[in-house]
Design a protein around this ligand. Structure first.
Ligand code: ATP
Ligand code: MG
Length: 395
């Protein structure tokens, strides 16, 4: 068995609710490692993951997708004797050296006060032993190249390389939101950010087949799969939007098409959210990134919506969003060339500062109610990432 030790961050600030958060975290990790034979153990507020030999890659991939931990480390577990702890320190020192690290220090914590050395004593004796056994390593307490951590708890744990976790809060601790997921760069990042605040994510994609190709739909599915790995799966609703777009095209001047299409998306999304018991809508909008995202046009777009609309990217610039998309793993898929429906219907001179009242008048003049209801009836739902189920009706 290989043991990983997990570090909980924000979770530990939750006072009386901490237990609830921990239970969700545990369930999420168990779901991520399902089928690998790995086992989650909790002891005195600490989380450990025990993975069978040969399952390291799967275990580490799971930890890399787990929201709600600040870090994790592959750890040596040894007897609570001074000699066993020192042997582990030496092994960890050799490990540091093999990775090309030249300086180190030992940080020790001791919750079991029966252990014969206190934390200072462990650091001193462990440090001396490492210096002797691995003469290429030097001690540097201020700017060490590597830190060997020793924790004396139910057992003794020794580890050298702590990896950064995804941080945030465990998914399932903060309600449920409906993400408007297009095939672009922004909306998958928006979904990830709210998942990392603990929100369960469902997603809706408005598909304008045959004006947008089948590849565009597959691309959105792929994005939902990637984000779904972090968010305990995503239920993706795919709604046929061509009839809605046609009505807008016929019933309004071109410069209004984008705003009206956005209003229709919000309208359909809200109806779906209510049916699916989602408590808010989520979009990838970022202020003034494109014509439809000026503050005036955002005001038009959300005019009729009663649910809260969360826009986690609103103050971010494109560079920052792209960087995040890279770390989540959605960027490469997002930049595949298939256009989403809005590009095809973009007028060359869209209105930049729409008037709310006029937008509302025009939207209501289109009489989209029945078309939207039909769209919802004809949609399909796919379950992305786990658990896998395919092709069911939306509602
Ligand atoms: P993205 O990269 O997320 O596509 P974008 O910069 O292309 O964003 P817009 O196309 O103006 O911006 O879309 C703004 C937001 O509206 C998107 O972030 C997404 O939440 C939603 N949206 C746009 N098109 C669709 C669609 N076809 N299906 C679902 N949601 C959409
Ligand atoms: Mg887009």
């Amino acid at each position: 068995m290989i043991t990983y030790l997990l570090k909980l961050g924000e979770l530990t600030l939750k006072g009386g609710n901490r237990r609830i958060f921990e239970r969700i975290l545990r369930r999420n990790l168990e779901a991520l490692v399902r089928g690998t034979g790995a086992r989650v153990e909790t002891a005195n507020g600490r989380f450990y993951l025990h993975a069978p030999a040969g399952m390291e890659k799967q275990a580490e991939d799971a930890l890399d997708h787990l929201l709600g931990i600040t870090g994790w480390a592959k750890t040596r577990v040894c007897e609570k004797t001074v000699s066993a702890v020192i042997r582990s320190c030496i092994a960890e020192g050799q490990n540091l050296r093999e990775k090309g690290i030249q300086t180190f220090k030992i940080e020790a914590r001791r919750t079991d006060k029966r252990f014969p050395l206190d934390s200072y004593g462990i650091a001193r004796e462990g440090g001396e032993a490492v210096l002797e056994a691995v003469p290429e390593l030097l001690v540097d307490v201020h700017h060490p190249g590597g830190i060997i951590e020793v924790e004396i708890r139910e057992k003794a744990y020794v580890y050298g390389f702590a990896r950064r976790g995804r941080r945030g809060l465990p998914v399932g601790s903060a309600g449920r939101g409906l993400l408007l997921l297009s095939g672009g760069i922004d909306s998958p990042v928006a979904g990830y950010l709210l998942a990392s605040r603990g929100m369960l994510i469902e997603a809706v994609y408005f598909h304008a087949y045959p004006y947008t190709p089948e590849e565009a739909r597959l691309k959105v599915l792929k994005l939902a799969e990637i984000v779904g790995r972090y968010s305990q799966g995503i239920r993706l609703h795919i709604l046929p939007f061509t009839p809605v777009q046609m009505r807008i095209k016929e019933g309004a001047p071109p410069e209004w098409h984008t705003i009206l299409l956005r209003m229709a998306m919000m309208d359909a999304a809200e109806k779906l959210a209510v049916k699916r018991r989602c408590q808010c809508l989520i979009t990838g909008e970022s202020l003034s990134q494109v014509a439809s995202q000026t503050i005036e046009n955002i005001a038009c777009t959300e005019n009729r919506v009663k649910l809260p609309i969360l826009r986690p990217l609103i103050g971010m610039d494109k560079e920052g969003i792209i960087r995040l998309a890279g770390t989540i793993g959605t960027y490469e898929t997002s930049i595949l060339p298939y256009e989403d429906c809005c590009v095809l219907f973009s007028p060359s001179h869209p209105i930049l500062r729409g008037d709310r009242e006029e937008a509302l008048r025009r939207y209501e003049g289109l009489g989209l109610e029945e078309t939207l209801d039909q769209t919802l009836r004809e949609g399909l739902t796919e379950q992305c990432s786990f658990p896998r189920e395919r092709e069911q009706p939306v509602l």
